[in-house]
Design a protein around this ligand. Structure first.
Ligand SMILES: [Zn+2]
Length: 122
């Protein structure tokens, strides 16, 4: 992604602050795990925070929704994030790689963006 894209995005948000994020040109997608273990996916102004949850043990491999690689249950983390503006009543559930940094290396920004938009805009 180049700088022009970011500038264009910022300019549109500055001129039209209410613009739907779905209509903005692609921005920088952040995907990281914080010190508390929460996983963040963010493309300003969209931002979701996912909390790791326990799932039933299973030996079946699962698909990481960020990097789209099939991983074993033991290297996966199941997370849930509160859908913004739902008053804490709606959640998005995801399967991700436990190793967020390695996953980020593989994950394509458009897949992360899709997770965010599915979680927030629909
Ligand atoms: Zn992954």
């Amino acid at each position: 992604m180049n700088e022009d894209t970011f500038d264009e995005r910022e300019l549109i948000l500055e001129l039209f602050p209410g613009t739907s994020p779905a209509l903005l040109p692609p921005g920088e997608v952040l995907y990281y795990r914080d010190a508390q273990g929460y996983i963040h996916i963010q493309e300003d102004p969209l931002h979701m925070v996912f909390e790791p949850i326990q799932m039933q043990p299973s030996i079946k491999p699962v698909l990481c929704e960020a990097c789209r690689v099939q991983i074993s249950r033991t290297t996966a983390v199941f997370v849930r994030g509160v859908v913004p503006d739902s008053g804490g009543r709606r959640f998005r559930y995801l399967t991700l790689c436990e190793d967020t940094e390695a996953c980020r290396e593989r994950a394509r920004p458009e897949h992360l963006r899709e997770i965010l938009r599915r979680g927030i805009l629909h």
